[in-house]
Design a protein around this ligand. Structure first.
Ligand code: TYR
Length: 415
C-alpha cells in the first residue's frame, strides 16, 4: 500500500496538522511544535503513545479516531507505541462511567487481544509500530514502590473528578482499584518516557495524571492530545462502543462497513467525514453545503464517505467493489421511478409507528420488519408538506419503529 510520507513538514506545520482534528493539545500547540523541533535537532522523533484496553474482541471506528492521529505522527517521522492494556483492562477504566465494569478474566483478555495487532494494521507502517502490553511493567510493580508514589499524589486530585464524585454521590460504588486506574495508565507514560499521549476527550484526566507522575519521577511531562468522541451508528447520541453495539468493527467485511455507514442519520456525515477522511474543513463544508441546498443528495455524499472508510481499511479496489455492490443491491431505481405512496393524515395515524403505517394503513409492506428493512437500506423517504413548502427526508431504521407524529415533528424541526 502507498504510504503518505509527511516528514518534510516544518515542526510548526506538523503541530498544526496534528491539532487540526483534535479537541485539545495541552499545554499548547506551540509547545508541541517546540518539542518536535527539539527532538528533530537531536535527529530523533517524539515518543507517542496510544493505549487501548482489550475489553472486547473488536477494535472499531471509534478507536480509529486516535489511531489515525497516531498514524499521522508516524507519517511525520515519530516513534509510535500502541499499548495493549492487558493489565489496565483488568481494572477497567472508570473514565466517564456511572458504574463498575463487569470484571474480565485473564482468559477473556488473552482472547480479546489476540487479533488487536492485525485489526490496526491498515493504519500504520506496521513493522515500525511498537506494540507493548502494560503488564510487562505494571505486573512486577511492587507495593512499596506503589506506596512511595501514592504518598505524593493528593487524593483530592483523584476525588475531584466529576465521574468519581458522581458515583460517590449516587452511592453506586467505586472501588479502590478504579481509583488507581489513572495511576496505572500514568505509569505507562513513565515507563515509556512519552513525549505525547493521545486519547479520546474522555481520557483527559488519565492523560493529565500521566503528566503528574512523570513530573514526580523526574521526567518531563508528556504533552496531551485529545480527540472527539465519535457518536455511534444508531444515531441515539451515544458514543460508539462495543457495549452499545452501535459500532463498525475495523475487521468487518468491506460490504458491511459500507452498508453500516450508509445507514447512519445524515447529521452524522459531518463528524464522520472529519474523523475518518483526510478532507479539509473547507472541503467538508463545501460538500455539506451542497447537501444543504439540495444540489447533492445526502445518499451520494454518504456513498463517498462510506467509500473513503472502506478504502482506508481495505484499499481503493475494495471500496469500489463495495460501492458497486451497494448500488446494485439498493439503489437500482433512480430517483425518478421511486414509488410514491398516498398521503397519510398525521392527525389520524400519527400515533402509529412508521412501520405500522406502511403495513396497516398503506398496505405497502407485508410486515413491520419489512418496513424496517427498507428503512435500513435508506429506501424510505418522508415527504413533508408544511407552510414553507415541501421537504424530503430519508428515514433511518430507528425512525421506522417510532410513532409517525414524533418522527414528523423531529424532521420538521430539523428542516
Ligand atoms: N484508558 C484507555 C481506554 O480505556 C486505555 C489505555 C490503557 C490508555 C493504558 C493508555 C494506557 O497507557 O481507552
Amino acid at each position: 500500500r502507498r504510504y503518505l510520507d509527511l516528514t518534510d513538514l516544518s515542526s510548526k506545520e506538523q503541530a498544526e496538522l496534528i491539532a487540526s482534528r483534535t479537541v485539545e493539545v495541552l499545554p499548547g500547540v506551540e509547545k508541541l511544535a517546540e518539542r518536535i523541533e527539539e527532538r528533530r535537532a537531536a535527529g530523533k522523533g517524539l515518543h507517542v503513545k496510544l493505549g487501548i484496553d482489550p475489553t472486547a474482541t473488536d477494535v472499531h471506528l471509534g478507536h480509529a479516531v486516535p489511531l489515525i492521529i497516531l498514524s499521522r505522527f508516524q507519517r511525520l517521522g515519530h516513534d509510535v507505541t500502541l499499548i495493549i492494556g492487558d493489565f489496565t483492562a483488568k481494572i477497567g477504566d472508570p473514565s466517564g462511567r456511572t458504574a463498575e465494569r463487569p470484571p474480565l478474566t485473564d482468559d477473556d483478555i488473552a482472547h480479546n487481544l489476540a487479533t488487536y495487532r492485525e485489526q490496526v494494521r491498515p493504519f500504520f507502517d506496521f513493522e515500525k509500530v511498537s506494540f507493548r502490553q502494560n503488564s510487562e511493567w505494571l505486573a512486577p510493580y511492587t507495593f512499596p514502590e506503589l506506596l512511595g508514589l501514592l504518598a505524593q499524589v493528593p487524593a483530592s486530585q483523584l476525588l475531584q473528578r466529576e465521574d468519581f464524585r458522581n458515583r460517590l454521590a449516587a452511592g453506586s460504588g467505586l472501588t479502590m482499584t478504579e481509583l488507581l486506574y489513572p495511576i496505572a495508565q500514568g505509569l505507562d507514560s513513565v515507563a515509556l518516557e512519552c513525549d505525547v499521549e493521545l486519547g479520546g476527550s474522555d481520557q483527559l484526566l488519565n492523560l493529565q495524571m500521566g503528566r503528574k507522575l512523570m513530573e514526580l519521577r523526574g521526567q518531563r511531562p508528556q504533552l496531551v492530545v485529545t480527540m472527539p468522541l465519535i457518536e455511534g451508528t444508531d444515531g441515539t447520541g451515544a458514543k460508539m462502543s462495543k457495549s452499545k453495539g452501535n459500532y463498525v468493527g475495523l475487521s468487518s467485511p468491506a460490504d458491511d462497513v459500507f452498508g453500516k455507514i450508509m445507514s447512519v442519520p445524515d447529521r452524522l456525515m459531518e463528524p464522520y467525514l472529519k474523523a475518518w477522511t483526510e478532507w479539509t474543513d473547507e472541503e467538508i463544508a463545501l460538500a455539506l453545503g451542497r447537501v444543504g441546498d439540495r444540489s447533492l443528495h445526502p445518499m451520494d455524499l454518504k456513498k463517498v464517505l462510506a467509500g473513503e472508510v472502506v478504502a482506508a481499511l481495505y484499499g481503493l479496489d475494495a471500496a469500489m467493489a463495495a460501492r458497486a455492490g451497494f448500488v446494485a443491491q439498493f439503489s437500482k431505481k433512480s430517483f425518478g421511478d421511486v414509488e410514491s405512496l398516498p398521503v397519510v393524515d398525521a392527525g389520524e395515524h400519527g400515533a402509529l409507528t412508521v412501520a405500522a403505517v406502511l403495513t396497516t394503513v398503506l398496505e405497502f409492506t407485508p410486515s413491520a420488519s419489512a418496513a424496517r428493512r427498507l428503512a435500513k437500506q435508506n429506501a424510505l423517504r418522508l415527504v413533508v408538506e408544511g407552510g414553507s413548502g415541501q421537504s424530503t427526508v430519508v428515514l433511518a431504521e430507528a425512525d421506522a419503529v417510532r410513532p409517525l407524529s414524533e418522527v414528523l415533528a423531529e424532521k420538521l424541526s430539523d428542516a
